[in-house]
Design a protein. Structure first.
Length: 323
């Protein structure tokens, strides 16, 4: 695999906004910001239509209004810091009085929030910044919720891509998550899985071995490290074809069957690997001090509790243990 194909190289340097195709990151309004002035003619487009993408605050103000001059800078500051959680549209009621009249606004400043094309909430007066933040949190959810949802979406899609063998695309998504959240254990484990799939086992182990101690204890990261151990062990166990020949001649050669199970596991043939271990258990539970069962449990740790191979083998294991 060339350096340009390496899913862990520096080509990832994208923030989570690089994955905006998930629809979780609102894009800035024309002109590069989240704030604009509107008119009666443009109100439907600027407010009603736009509020279907994210909440839109409408600031009804007038040049002669002293409290408006206090509130507007606070609104602009909080909206800009929110990076698109909500947008702000300002309407001068001296120039455009009809919308304010239709909404029954009798004093200013007045802020009305629109969601999905309809008024959803509002307040009047020059309230302090803390109340503006609370108001926006009620509408858009706590700050950071959008990014958290986007990260979860990216991780889910990356997992699907990796399972389908699209290593580079999966690696790009895991890399984007790592840019936004450098200590995201799922992204780190996923990136290591990409490296393993690309036959870059040394790079995967180095990446995980350099993690902070507490992060390295994460169950997902530990599972990847165990997977690396299993791969390294399987490489030393010989030729699987030769092992299969031995078993054809002597089906009770449990040591050969155990070795073959370990090799099949790292080749991704999980059901076959599990069946070999279950066969040993059915024939001789005492072999290697119940080694087949212990090995199968190690497989489960790496495969995950919900993996179909785990579910199937665990059911068969239970029938052997409790029959």
């Amino acid at each position: 695999m060339s350096g340009s194909d390496n899913p862990y190289n520096g080509s990832f340097g994208n923030q989570m906004s690089a994955t905006a195709s998930y629809g979780a990151v609102p894009q800035p309004a024309a002109g590069g910001g989240y704030i604009k002035d509107t008119t009666t003619a443009n109100f439907a487009k600027d407010v009603l239509e736009e509020s279907r993408n994210q909440p839109v605050l409408v600031d009804f103000w007038a040049p002669w209004c002293g409290p408006c001059k206090q509130l507007t800078p606070v609104l602009e500051k909080v909206v800009n810091e929110g990076q698109g959680r909500v947008k702000l549209v300002k309407m001068n009621i001296d120039d455009h009085p009809s919308i304010a009249g239709q909404l029954g606004i009798q004093s200013i400043p007045a802020v009305i929030a629109f969601v999905n094309g309809r008024p959803a909430d509002g307040f009047m007066g020059a309230v302090p910044e803390s109340q503006v933040r609370q108001f926006i949190d009620r509408l858009a959810g706590p700050e950071g919720a959008d990014q958290a949802a986007e990260i979860e979406g990216a991780l889910a899609q990356a997992g699907e891509l990796l399972a389908a063998g699209n290593i580079n695309e999966a690696g790009q998504l895991y890399g984007a998550v790592m840019q936004a959240d450098p200590e995201n254990a799922k992204a780190l484990a996923g990136m290591a899985e990409c490296l393993i799939a690309a036959d870059q086992h040394g790079e995967a182990r180095q990446m995980l071995s350099e993690l902070p101690e507490e992060l390295g204890k994460d169950a997902g990261i530990q599972a990847v490290l165990k997977k690396l151990d299993q791969i390294e062990e399987a490489r030393k166990l010989g030729d699987p074809v030769a092992l299969e020949r031995e078993l054809a001649l002597n089906p009770d050669h449990h040591e050969a069957r155990l070795k073959l199970a370990k090799i099949l596991n790292v080749e991704g043939k999980r059901e076959e690997a599990a069946e070999h271990l279950l066969t040993i258990m059915r024939k001789d539970r005492a072999f290697d001090d119940d080694g087949a069962r212990r090995q199968l449990l190690q497989f489960f740790e790496v495969w995950g509790f919900k993996d179909p191979a785990t579910v199937s083998a665990r059911r068969k294991l239970s029938s052997i243990l409790f029959s």
